[in-house]
Design a protein around this ligand. Structure first.
Ligand SMILES: [Cu+2]
Length: 347
């Protein structure tokens, strides 16, 4: 989803005015420097401050925090893939045919943080799959990785033979091999697709994506002005939203009076309570199923494997912080990182 937010508008909305310009001037050269090897330990394992009264260089702390915000501002609009586009398909008769290639990539999550990762069609997470209930679907999966894999359609009520569990419902897809899944799009809702072989490495390492099935009958769908899918991940690639860590996340955007729909999906190993400042989130669906009684929250806890759909009414213009509230997932003494991005509301 494109947005019209640029640096100038951001500063106007935030009321910051001048002062940030000089701070980030030297930052762009920091990209793509360190290459970290895959490690189960969080690359962002925070050292909790246990000597709070110790003398610190508070001005350095402030400068580091400000520089991260400046990098975020400079990067707004620079990542057209952050809000994933639907995966394109071809038609074979009445069947929608999708091609998915699994490969090894180097994936940059934030300036200077580059990880060995796995990707669907070159992206972490993979492209969004968006279809309509009742569609005939075919997924041709090519494995170009150095290990076998399979795809599980998480939350999608497929026939057992298409469920993607190796040595149970299918053989593994070995390196160099191709495997085809075929089924009719069943229960509508916000679902996911991900690897189901050596999953600890493959899912958390990048083989994950959104699988959205729109209902055939849209009369009961909420009418919204914008839609955003936020895929949460942690561990191997750090704390990320749609594969990126602040300051390389992108803002959600809306105009005053608009309603937006957010689809949360957690593909990581930890819970993430997502907190939006300034206005509530109305929870309308859990795991793709509409709730009989939607409810309001300001913080919504999303456990591994879960999906939630929420509606936010953009009440007041401004730059509203939006972040996981486990603070070791979002901030260190060096500034914000990880699962942070703002909701920017314009007049
Ligand atoms: Cu978190």
């Amino acid at each position: 989803m494109s947005n019209g937010i640029d640096r100038k508008k951001f500063l106007q909305l935030g009321g910051l005015g001048l002062g940030l310009g000089a701070v980030g001037a030297g930052l762009s050269g920091n990209r793509l420097t360190n290459v970290s090897s895959v490690s189960l330990a969080s690359p962002h394992a925070a050292t909790l401050p246990n000597n709070l009264h110790q003398e610190v260089d508070w001005q350095q702390i402030d400068r580091d925090h400000e520089a991260k915000v400046q990098t975020f501002i400079e990067n707004i609009g620079q990542d057209p893939d952050f809000w994933r586009q639907p995966l394109e398909f071809t038609m074979d008769g009445d069947t929608k045919v999708f091609e998915i290639t699994c490969s090894e990539v180097m994936w940059e999550t934030e300036p200077g943080k580059v990880f060995a990762a796995f990707a669907y069609n070159g992206l972490v997470p993979g492209p969004e799959i968006r279809v309509t209930e009742g569609d005939s679907l075919r997924f041709i999966v090519h494995n170009e990785m150095n290990q076998s894999t399979s795809i599980h359609w998480h939350g999608v009520d497929v026939p057992n033979s298409q469920d993607g569990v190796p040595f149970v419902t299918q053989p593994v897809i070995e390196p160099g091999a191709t495997f085809t899944y075929e089924f009719v799009a069943p229960n509508p809702g916000s679902h996911m697709y991900h690897a189901h072989h050596n999953s600890l490495e493959q899912v958390v390492g990048g083989l994950l994506g959104a699988f959205i099935i729109e209902p055939k009958d849209k009369r009961n769908e909420p009418v919204v002005d914008g839609e955003f899918t936020m895929i949460l991940n942690d561990s191997f690639l750090g704390f990320t939203i749609n594969g990126k860590s602040f300051p390389y996340t992108q803002p959600l955007t809306a105009k005053v009076g608009e309603r937006i729909r957010i689809r949360y999906m957690n593909e990581g190993l930890m819970i993430h309570p997502m907190h939006l400042h300034g206005m509530p989130q109305r929870v309308i669906a859990k795991d793709g199923y509409y709730l009989p009684a939607p409810y309001f929250v300001d913080t919504l806890n999303i456990a591994p494997g879960e999906r939630y759909d929420v509606i936010v009414e953009a009440r007041e213009a401004g730059i509203w912080a939006f972040h996981c509230h486990i603070l070791t997932h979002v901030e260190t003494r060096q500034g914000l990182f990880g699962m942070v991005t703002p909701l920017i509301i314009e007049e």
